[in-house]
Ligand binder design. Structure first.
Ligand code: UD1
Length: 368
């Protein structure tokens, strides 16, 4: 059993998915290493997560950094190929839908190395999202497709993937959430540190927005900020700001919309800080995929400020509501959540803390 599994991480949402897989591979006696593409590189977006999740250091960091989609994807491919040549992996494992996911899957597939895709089959139906293209192509290249929810299998079968390649695994990100929840930094501590509100009065909404579709169009982003400004009149908001979002607020001169409102901007948070903030939030407003899942697992109501979601189970069996992009509608839904009773009890099947061991078992049987 000498050829290793190379697990790819590149961007912030990858770390919490690969951490439990690395632990499960070690427990199953399987050789596995992390390769970091360097798509995200700031300490806030990267190092903090490795520390909090106690992840082993990568055997290689490709240091690709930022760029256009073509440049970033091409750089990952160029720099990952020699790593594959050197380590001769039994399998390259990719997670999620970022550019690094697609780039490494493509290198491996072209070299005849097996590809495992964790979080396969999610579809928003919106091909203007870069992630949707990454998902579709990565799934087509993969030999082992591990799904988190039943819809994903239907999507894959519709796209011609063989049934035998699809394995329902559950959600590895929820493995991490369940393991780390007791260690989450209490929201009161983070809020006190940023001087937002007193721990005794810690009723707040948590906001994250980072997708190009939300923050790259000045008029639409202004609408989203107007909606948040209105919501903040009933519920103070804490906005953890992605670098792209921060830059666009300045670039489009949108500061005046939120100035003087009960909206407190804070830098991107570490995993344990954001987990604590989510767990105690009255309401979460986001365009993130992962946060739709985490709020579902935590039983915290979530409004997704998008017209679609690739994670429909968070709506049918979770706490998520698709709020769209009409500011009045968003404000009305937020008021609803704040005033009406809300069922927090449902949890999707397989979101149980044991998804990574299930994946390790399948790969051990198939590869070694
Ligand atoms: C990427 C993923 C997205 C994921 C998100 C989480 C793709 C196509 N998108 O989007 O699916 O939800 O990560 O954050 O892969 N930047 C920094 N520091 C960093 C990294 C980025 O300042 O450490 C800035 C740079 O200006 C960069 C911009 O953020 O140009 C965008 O980064 P990029 O990795 O291209 O995409 P994300 O928007 O982060």
């Amino acid at each position: 059993m000498t050829s290793p599994i190379l697990c790819i991480v590149g961007a912030r949402p990858n770390y919490m998915k690969v951490a439990p897989l690395m632990r499960a591979f070690v427990q199953a006696g399987m050789p596995a290493h992390i390769v970091h593409t360097g798509q995200h590189y700031d300490a806030d977006m990267n190092d903090r997560f490795f520390q909090a999740l106690a992840m082993p250091a990568p055997i290689a960091n490709l240091q690709v950094g930022s760029g256009t989609h073509a440049v970033q994807t091409a750089e990952v491919m160029k720099r990952f190929e020699p790593v594959v040549d050197e380590h001769k992996p039994a399998c390259v494992l990719v997670v999620g839908d970022v550019n690094s996911t697609l780039a490494c899957a493509l290198v491996a597939a072209k070299k005849g190395v097996k590809v495992a895709h964790v979080e396969a089959g999610l579809r928003s139906g919106d091909r203007s999202m870069p992630e949707e293209l990454n998902r579709i192509v990565t799934d087509q290249l993969s030999d082992f497709l591990f799904t988190t929810e039943p819809d994903a299998k239907d999507n894959l079968l519709r796209e011609g993937i063989a049934q035998s390649a699809i394995h329902f695994a559950g959600n590895v990100m929820i493995d991490t959430l369940m393991m780390m929840k007791p260690h989450a930094i209490p929201a009161a501590q983070t809020l006190a540190q940023i001087g937002f509100i007193s721990p005794e009065n810690a009723r707040y909404g948590l906001v994250t927005l980072h997708r190009p579709a939300t923050v790259d169009d000045p008029a639409l982003f202004a609408d989203m900020l107007r909606a948040l400004a209105k919501v903040s009149e009933s519920l103070p908001l804490v906005f953890a700001v992605h670098p792209r979002t921060r830059a666009n607020i300045d670039k489009f001169n949108l500061e005046s919309i939120v100035a003087g409102k009960a909206i407190h901007f804070i830098p991107p948070q570490g995993y344990l800080e954001l987990l604590g903030l989510q767990a105690q939030a009255t309401l979460v407003l986001t365009d993130s995929g992962g946060i739709q899942e985490e709020t579902t697992a935590l039983g915290v109501p979530c409004l997704t400020l998008r017209d679609n979601t690739e994670r429909p189970i968070t709506i049918s069996q979770g706490t998520n509501t698709l709020a769209g992009r009409n500011p009045d509608h968003i404000v009305a839904l937020a008021n609803d959540r704040l005033t009406k009773p809300f069922d927090r009890s449902k949890r999707p099947e397989g979101w149980d803390g044991s998804a990574a061991p299930r994946i390790a078992k399948t790969l051990k049987d198939k590869l070694y």
